[in-house]
Design a protein around this ligand. Structure first.
Ligand code: G16
Length: 539
């Protein structure tokens, strides 16, 4: 019943920042998923006798792709597949289940925070034994294989019923359908002080968690409402839908509009949070108050002592280069190591495996720890709830006290979307060539102190990765330029702007950063080259 199907390569199956991410219609082309999965299996030396975790965020085409993957795995003689019930699994839960079962790999069918639906996006993230996404070396090998593939193997059988928990066999492959929520909840209970958070809700504390019609809805209902006692209805948009109910499941001030409007209204609850499509990103809000992801990482690190799992001490901390330097000051104060890595969670994994870091985070609404090898949206929300329960302060007060102690990093990201790829690539090449001439240049009140391409040398595997261009100014401000690796149409230029103020901590962010953003446009000649006079999205 194993069929060998002849195929021709697709030339665009290169992974970006986190797996392969494409328009749904691209992935729906004949043999597109089949080619990619067979190439992946081939590139890693085959999967005979191996165990994989499999699931997705429930977006459009999840149900079709998952059946194809199961049949290809069976035909390639995989020993066991651990599959989330109904084909659903969040990215953090998948990492946990992979580690717990000592599986060889994991596939999460998700385009993360990108919209879903037939006209939306689809993607596949591939994690290795460590629970984190594969290295660039492996993704390069997979890409090379996709360009030469001539056939794939698939098992000819009916679709597998993924609605019932338990074990079934197809040929010699064991398919175990699991409830992915149970293990995840248990892990959270081991990390945080659930009793303190329960007491917080008992005292009348209110929250709204927006699951954005994506995968974390059932996890959030279970944890926040059923276990911790948040009032029923605290979790909104909790039913995962193939098109996310038309929402763009990106938890930021623009796309989580319903939540943001509520949090800035007079009826705001004490605390607001949202997760993205596959549950690895998070946004944190207080009453009329937004916590930037960069500040959130720094504040969680500064408050580690309140969390049972970390209270006895933490290793170092890491952030992506584009993330603000707030956490760097905390690391200094705590006397722990501090690392700066390229954008992409996979770069944190070696640091976690070698016990160099406990916490890490990124400006792109990702925060996490060494409990798994992915960023973890619900973990971040629980960390905040635990801090609020322990300190009895509001979100705004926690943040303001932090600024009082460390000063404030004003921070914004400017995205210039759908730029022609050639134009974007040339802009970056020319800018890189110009960097060495920038030192000492004056732009209004800003003088460039140094400018360089960011190159990361991994202390564990000695690999080097170049990602982004950095311009620093004498007053401590920074501009970082890089091209997104998660988009699906044209190129997105991201410009990250940061200014540090020790004492002026209650200014308006946009007012503080607009002059520097103008400098950023000028240095990279963004308007001249792209025709755009302003960013499409500012977060
Ligand atoms: C992925 C990675 C993150 C990274 C983000 C950046 O997030 O897992 O580590 O920060 O992409 O995206 P871009 O390259 O577009 O700036 P996710 O949540 O999309 O998997």
């Amino acid at each position: 019943m194993i069929k060998n199907v002849a195929t021709t390569p697709y030339v665009d199956q290169k992974m970006g920042t986190a797996g392969i991410r494409k328009k749904s219609r691209t992935v729906m082309q004949e043999n597109y998923v089949e080619n990619f999965i067979q190439s992946l299996f081939d590139a890693i030396g085959g999967v005979e006798g191996q165990t994989f975790v499999l699931g997705g965020d429930g977006r459009y085409y999840n149900d079709v792709a998952i059946q194809k993957i199961i049949k290809i795995a069976v035909a390639n003689k995989m020993k066991k597949l651990i599959v989330g019930q109904n084909g659903y699994i969040s990215t953090p839960a998948s990492s946990k289940i992979l580690l717990k079962n000592k599986a060889d790999g994991g596939l999460v069918l998700s385009a993360s925070h990108n919209p879903g639906g037939v006209d939306g996006d689809f993607g596949i993230k591939y994690a290795v034994k460590s629970g984190g996404q594969c290295s660039s070396k492996i993704s390069d090998a997979i890409y090379a294989r996709t360009k030469e593939i001539t056939s794939y193997k698939i098992y000819d059988c009916e679709n597998v019923d993924l609605s019932k928990l338990g074990i079934q066999y197809i040929a010699d492959t064991e398919i175990e359908v699991i409830d992915p929520i149970t293990d995840y909840v248990e892990m959270m209970q081991q990390i945080f002080d659930f009793e303190a958070i329960k007491a917080l809700f008992k005292s009348g504390f209110t929250m709204v968690f927006d699951a954005m019609n994506a995968v974390t809805g059932p996890y959030a209902v279970k944890i926040f409402e059923q276990i911790l006692g948040a009032p029923k209805g605290s979790v909104k948009n909790f039913v995962p839908m193939p098109d996310f109910g038309g929402l763009h499941p990106d938890p930021n001030l623009i796309y989580a509009k319903e939540l943001v409007d509520l949090m800035y209204s007079d009826n705001a609850p004490d605390f607001g949070a949202a997760n993205d499509g596959d549950g690895d990103r998070n946004m944190i809000l207080g009453r009329k108050f937004f916590v930037t992801p960069s500040d959130s990482l720094a504040i969680l690190t500064d408050n580690y002592k309140y969390i049972p799992a970390y209270k006895d001490g933490i290793y170092g901390v890491a952030k992506s280069a584009a993330t603000s330097t707030a956490v760097c000051r905390v690391a200094k104060e705590l006397g722990i190591d501090y690392y700066e890595v390229p954008t992409g969670w996979k770069y944190f994994c070696n640091l976690m495996d070698s016990k160099r870091i406990t916490f890490c985070g990124e400006e792109s609404f990702g925060t996490g720890s060494n409990h798994i090898r992915e960023k973890d949206g619900i973990w971040a929300v629980l960390f905040w709830l635990n801090i609020l329960a322990a300190t009895k302060k509001s979100v705004a007060d926690v943040v303001k006290d932090f600024w009082e102690k460390y000063g404030r990093n004003y921070y914004l990201r400017y995205d210039f979307e759908s730029i022609d790829n050639t134009v974007a690539d040339k802009l970056m090449v020319d800018l890189e060539n110009k960097l060495s001439t920038l030192k000492g240049q004056k732009y209004g009140k800003y003088t460039v102190s140094e400018a360089y391409p960011f190159v990361y040398h991994d202390p564990v595997d000695n690999s080097s990765t170049k990602n982004g261009l950095i311009v620093c100014f004498e007053d401590g401000s920074r501009i970082v330029y890089r091209l997104s690796g998660t988009g699906t149409s044209g190129a997105t230029l991201r410009v990250y702007i940061e200014a540090y103020e020790k004492h002026k901590t209650s200014e308006d962010t946009v007012n503080m950063l607009t002059p520097l953003a103008d400098v950023a446009l000028q240095i990279a000649q963004i308007t001249e080259r792209t025709g755009k006079i302003k960013a499409d999205v500012i977060t």
